[in-house]
Write a new protein. Sequence first.
Length: 275
Amino acid sequence: MAIITISRHMGSGGIPIAHRVAEKLGYTLVDGDAILEVAEQYGLTRESVEQADEKPPHFVETLDLKHETSLHLIELIILEFALKGNVIIYGRGGQDLLGEIQSVLRVRITAPFEDRVERWAEREWLDPDYARILVRKNDQQRGGFIKYYFDRDWDDPLGYDLVINTQRLSEESAVRIICDGIKDRHLAESKLEYKKVLADLILRKRIEIAISSTADIEQYLLEITVLDSVATLGGQLHSEPERQRAVALAEATAGVTKVIDRVQVINYRTTPHEH
């Protein structure tokens, strides 16, 4: 029931490595194409996936509501793939999204910036100066995505179990090391425990989707946890109707057996003084 997550810098050679590892192990590769193949089943359009996938928020409220819901749906797709086991999650913050799962091998594929620029320019037949702009922008975008949604430095090596520099190691060596790494006894976890944790993560994600899909709840300070199918709502909301609505949505989520309400209602809004 093992899972591999692969985080990669643009131009580092991550995608051919991921494909070869998937082929060698017989694992399912969950990348952008795999997500798009099932997106419609989750109510996602190609456009909504492309706008939210691995991107930080817009900081425009109307856009961010749609962005947040689309991102939750993408994460739900990843979690349900992970529940099947023997998968490679390519990008999408997989190493952080599945942080509670012990049997995950978290891999980082990287290379020096100028090497990556050269590779990207050659691969896409681009002017090197233009390739440099694209690679830098992509680094900033993906780093911003991880920082905003998971509050972690994307480049911190402690977020990964295995960091591979493709300037120093060949593609063949990278594939061999990853395939050997997933067999490590420290990644062993019982099937029952693995599925239980993932089932709770999926329920939490479904609650988040239900709440983010409604415009009458400002959920940014709302905290949701699920343990053994029991959901706990904590944090803050700004009104009693919001609290009641959030609790009702959680209770209506299929699979949730009980909802514990620990939400504080704190209305910080004040009416401007008339002059």
